[in-house]
Design a protein around this ligand. Structure first.
Ligand SMILES: NC(=O)c1ccc[n+]([C@@H]2O[C@H](COP(=O)([O-])OP(=O)(O)OC[C@H]3O[C@@H](n4cnc5c(N)ncnc54)[C@H](O)[C@@H]3O)[C@@H](O)[C@H]2O)c1
Ligand SMILES: O=C(O)C[C@H](O)C(=O)O
Length: 341
C-alpha cells in the first residue's frame, strides 16, 4: 500500500508492508545518503533484517524511487523515503540507529582528506538533526574522511549536550573485511572462518592491520607481511583506481556496513559477545579516537577490547600512523569550533 503523508510543509513517501513477523520490538534505522552508491545496496541489505521494523531513507535526491523499489520486497521493515532537508528531521526522529554514507567519494589521485571541504559540513548538519531528533541513537559514520568526520560528529553532539561516546562509531569494518579476504586468499583458508583485527584510523598509513592477532593464527615471512599490510592500507585506492573516476568502494562497503549494523542491532537486542572493530573515542593511544575491537552491547560500546599484543612491526605501524591521525582529528574538531554555532 502506498500513501502520501502530508505533515505541515513535509511530503513524505510511506510504504507499508503487510507482512507479519515474529519479532515484536520496534527498531527504526535511518540511512542518510540512501540514494548513493553505498546507500542503495546498504538499504537493500538492511531491508532483509528481521530486527528492523522501519527503514527510513534520506537523501537530497531520488529517495522516493529508492524507497518505492525497496518497499516491494517481502521482508519485515516498513520503508519510508525522505527527500531534502525539510524531511530530514522526520527521517531520523526516534531512530535507534543512524548510518551515514552521505557525501562525495574520491576520484583517482585524491586522498580521503581531500574530501574534507565538502563532506565536513554535510556530516555536521546531518548530526545536528540527529542531536535534535534522536539524541539517543547509535550513529555509524561511513562518510570520509572518517578520521575527521567522527570527531566532527562528536563535537556537534557535544555542542548540543547529547554526546555519548559509547554510541558514536566510525565504520571501519571494510578494512577488516578486506584483511580477512586477502589473508584467506593468501593462505588458502575458508574466508568465513578468518578474522583479522584492523586498528588505528581509516586512511592510508593510519590503517593498521594486526595480522599477528588473526584467527586462525597465520604466519608470513616478514617481506610478505609488509606487502599484505600495504595492500590492506591501499585497498580503497585499489578500488578508486579500478573505477577510474566513477567513485570508490560501494558494494563491499555496503556489505561491511551491513555486517557492522547487524552485529550492533543484535547486541542492542540482547545478544552477547558481538565484537567489531570501529573508530571510537579512545584512551588507548594519544589519539582521541582510535579503532580497536569493541564489545557491543545494549548501549553501544560495552567494552573497548584495546590494542592487545603487537609485533614490533605492527607497533611501528601504529607509531607511524599517529601524526596523521592526530592531525585529522584536530582538523575535524577545529572545523566545528570555527564553523558551528
Ligand atoms: N568508511 C568507509 O570504509 C568508506 C568506504 C567507502 C566509501 N566511503 C565514503 O562514503 C561516502 C559516500 O560514498 P558513495 O560512493 O556512496 O558516494 P555517492 O556519491 O555514490 O553517494 C553519496 C550520496 O550522498 C548524497 N548526499 C550528498 N549530500 C548530502 C546531504 N547533504 N544529505 C544527504 N545526502 C547527501 C548524494 O545525493 C548521494 O546520493 C564517501 O565520502 C566515501 O568516501 C567510506
Ligand atoms: O578509498 C576510499 O576513498 C573509500 C573508502 O574509504 C575505502 O576504503 O574504500
Amino acid at each position: 500500500m502506498f500513501s502520501r503523508v502530508l505533515k505541515s510543509t513535509q511530503l513524505c513517501y510511506v510504504f507499508r508492508s503487510n507482512f507479519s513477523t515474529s519479532s515484536k520490538v520496534d527498531v527504526k534505522v535511518a540511512v542518510l545518503g540512501a540514494a548513493g552508491g553505498i546507500g542503495q545496496p546498504l538499504s537493500l541489505l538492511l531491508k532483509q533484517s528481521p530486527l528492523i521494523s522501519h527503514l527510513a531513507l534520506y537523501d537530497i535526491a531520488h529517495t522516493p524511487g529508492v524507497a518505492a523499489d525497496l518497499s516491494h520486497i517481502e521482508t519485515r521493515p516498513k520503508v519510508t523515503g525522505h527527500l531534502g532537508s525539510e524531511q530530514l528531521a522526520e527521517c531520523v526522529k526516534g531512530a535507534a540507529l543512524v548510518l551515514i554514507p552521505a557525501g562525495v567519494p574520491r576520484k583517482p589521485g585524491m586522498t580521503r582528506d581531500d574530501l574534507f571541504n565538502t563532506n565536513a559540513s554535510i556530516v555536521a548538519n546531518l548530526i545536528d538533526a540527529c542531536a535534535k531528533n534522536c539524541p539517543k541513537a547509535m550513529i555509524g559514520i561511513i562518510t570520509n574522511p572518517v578520521n575527521s568526520t567522527v570527531p566532527i560528529a562528536a563535537e556537534v553532539l557535544k555542542k548540543r549536550g547529547v554526546f555519548d561516546e559509547k554510541r558514536l562509531f566510525g565504520v571501519t569494518t571494510l578494512d577488516v573485511v578486506r584483511s580477512n579476504t586477502f589473508i584467506a586468499e593468501g593462505k588458502g583458508l575458508d574466508v568465513t572462518k578468518v578474522n583479522c583485527p584492523v586498528i588505528g584510523g581509516h586512511s592510508g598509513i593510519t590503517i593498521v592491520p594486526v595480522i599477528s592477532q588473526c584467527t586462525p593464527a597465520v604466519s608470513f615471512p616478514q617481506e610478505e607481511r609488509i606487502k599484505l599490510s600495504v595492500r590492506i592500507q591501499n585497498a580503497g585506492t585499489e578500488v578508486v583506481e579500478a573505477k577510474a573516476g566513477a567513485g570508490s568502494a560501494t558494494l563491499s562497503m555496503a556489505y561491511a556496513a551491513n555486517k557492522f549494523a547487524r552485529d550492533l542491532l543484535e547486541a542492542m537486542n540482547g545478544t552477547e559477545g558481538k565484537v567489531q572493530c570501529a573508530f571510537v573515542r579512545s584512551d588507548e593511544t594519544e589519539a582521541k579516537y582510535f579503532a580497536t575491537p569493541v564489545l557491543l552491547g545494549k548501549n553501544g560500546v560495552e567494552k573497548n577490547l584495546g590494542i592487545g599484543h603487537l609485533l614490533d612491526y605492527e607497533r611501528n605501524l601504529v607509531t607511524a600512523a599517529m601524526p596523521e591521525l592526530i592531525a585529522n582529528i584536530k582538523k575535524g574538531e577545529e572545523f566545528v569550533a570555527k564553523n558551528f554555532k
